[in-house]
Design a protein around this ligand. Structure first.
Ligand SMILES: [Zn+2]
Length: 174
């Protein structure tokens, strides 16, 4: 577990965080391959081996988040896959209208929220954001580029970290 954390924290100190490399360094098989429309990725345990798949047909930034989501399941919930027995598989539909229909089996919606939170922390590490963020500058475009995420994903992350107000109240002109 210590070695796992080391691999992860090392990767998180270099932007953009190379999630696919972390997955491979942890000894998980990784496949970036075409999948059905709406399917984002999957994690599977078969005969003691873990495999993560990411849909290569989705935009690159989504692929990175999906990879981080599956990695988060591995780090947080793999025991639940083990309990499923010889063949255990979790499939994710994470975006747009498909996200509403994500079937969390063998996890539950709470585990999906946990995986999304850790995925955001992996690709947009708090430490890195705090280093890059300058309230005096509108450098979100540049930050998003460095992190390898979309600007909208970054803005959500900044709000969650409390660096941006959740909603902008109308400012009186003083
Ligand atoms: Zn999931």
């Amino acid at each position: 577990m210590v070695a796992e954390l080391e691999i992860l924290t090392d990767a998180m100190s270099n932007l953009p965080v190379n999630v696919e490399q972390v997955i491979e360094d942890l000894g998980i098989q990784y496949f970036n391959e075409p999948m059905d429309k709406g399917q984002s990725g999957a994690i599977e345990l078969k005969d003691g081996n873990y495999t993560i798949r990411v849909n290569s047909l989705e935009p690159r930034q989504r692929q990175r988040f999906t990879a981080a989501h599956e990695l988060a399941h591995y780090l947080l919930h793999r025991e639940m896959l083990v309990k499923q027995g010889r063949l255990a598989r979790h499939s994710d539909s994470l975006y747009d209208e498909h996200a509403q229909k994500n079937v969390a089996v063998p996890f539950n919606p709470h585990h999906e929220v946990e995986a999304n939170k850790l995925a955001a922390e992996i690709i947009m590490p708090r430490q890195q954001i705090e280093r890059l963020y300058d309230p005096a500058k509108d450098n979100f475009e540049e930050m998003a580029k460095q992190l390898g995420v979309s600007k909208s994903a970054l803005v959500i992350r900044l709000k969650i970290l409390g660096l941006l107000p959740n909603s902008k109240p109308a400012q009186p002109d003083l």
